[in-house]
Design a protein around this ligand. Structure first.
Ligand code: ADP
Ligand code: MG
Length: 345
């Protein structure tokens, strides 16, 4: 039993990122091959003539997914895709994954096979090999944790820390869709729970529901930037929401930045559904999370090479450290961005 005099700090007081900082402070790397440890989308390991990058993400039933509306194959696909997304964020090419699962007796062989069908589909779509893992029993439903390994030539690695004043801030695809998809799925679940004869009405929401249930890692963007001979000066994937990721870039690169509200890419189904739910679409895009798009910065001299790319939005620019991280609204007001991303603690 802990005595009354022992200090007890709730994790909610410091938050997820505060907790990770505490863990990081406890350790000092001792191996010369550890090029970069905790703090980026993936760790960077010096493998001689190239870098290896390693990342891990865990999904828990009841926290990250709800099997009442998540097809289990899609869950397998998503568990891999979210890890490949972190490899993409390093400008690296994924090579291998390992998969750990915890299963309760609710899960049949058929369910586990369906999960692995999804994992296999992701392996073939991202061209990675499943090379190992671990299998245990679980008392709290399904747990799935994936580790992904990628490689990149040393001069091509993209860290969160490389943005420089004047660089242009870019984002792939569109934002806020996965969050609005989740709102629709949760609403339909409540309707179904209240009246089980009601069938979900999801056709109109196809795009955003797919963004939530079957996200894609943007490896295509990594290859295209290479084809255009553009090396991002910094990069991060959008897992927690654009605001949170911009703040990471600013903190790690020790810069300020501004983005323009009217430049943030929002797809029409996302916009329309946000309006239907009385959510400001820009709020869904800034704070929604789980879009797994790539947020990156490029030097101004590279702009000409990519300016006509239909799937890259140029949303703002990097400023000196003396400036804040701000959003310039449609009415030309400058407001500070705060991370209101998905916080589980
Ligand atoms: P991402 O959203 O890109 O997956 P996270 O915010 O989950 O990144 O993690 C940020 C950094 O903290 C990463 O370098 C990750 O490896 C590290 N990290 C997260 N949790 C832990 C942990 N429990 N122990 C050690 N490192 C951790
Ligand atoms: Mg990431």
């Amino acid at each position: 039993m802990a005595s009354n005099t022992e200090k007890r700090t709730e994790i909610s007081e410091i938050g997820e990122f505060g907790l990770i900082d505490r863990i990081r402070e406890k350790f000092t790397n001792v191996n010369a091959s550890t090029h970069l440890g905790i703090g980026d989308d993936a760790a960077v390991i010096d493998a001689g003539n190239k870098f290896l990058v390693v990342t891990s993400d865990m999904l828990l039933e009841g926290v990250h997914f709800d099997l009442s509306y998540t097809p289990i194959q899609h869950l397998g696909y998503k568990a891999v895709a979210v890890n490949i997304s972190d490899i993409a964020a390093m400008n690296a090419i994924p090579q291998q994954i390992t998969v750990n699962i915890g299963l309760s007796n609710r899960f049949s062989l058929e369910a586990v096979e369906a999960l692995y069908d999804g994992i296999k589909a992701a392996c073939s779509s991202f061209k990675v090999d499943l090379v190992g893992g671990d299998t245990t029993s679980s008392r709290s439903g399904l747990v799935i944790s994936v580790t992904a390994i990628g490689e990149v030539s040393k001069e091509k690695i993209a860290l969160r820390s490389g943005a420089k004043p004047g660089d242009i801030i870019c984002v792939s695809g569109d934002l806020g869709g996965a969050y609005m998809g989740l709102q629709v799925l949760e609403r339909e679940k409540q309707v179904f729970l209240a009246d089980p004869t009601m069938q979900p009405q999801l056709e109109a929401y196809d795009y955003i529901v797919k963004r939530q249930l079957k996200p894609e890692a943007r490896m295509d963007m990594v290859y295209e930037l290479q084809d255009f001979n553009v090396k991002p000066t910094s990069m991060i994937d959008v897992s927690d929401g654009l605001s949170s990721e911009l703040l990471h870039i600013a903190k790690h690169s020790q810069v300020g930045l501004s983005i323009y509200e009217d430049k943030v890419p929002i797809a029409k189904p996302t916009f329309d559904t946000a309006v239907e739910f009385n959510i400001d679409p820009i709020t869904a895009a800034l704070n929604g999370g789980e879009d797994y798009e790539l947020l990156f910065t490029i030097e101004q001299s590279d702009y000409e090479k990519v300016k006509n790319h239909p799937d890259i939005a140029f949303i703002g620019y990097i400023k000196p450290a003396s400036e804040e991280v701000t959003l310039i609204t449609k009415a030309s007001n400058m407001i500070p961005l705060k991370a209101q991303g998905w916080k589980q603690f």
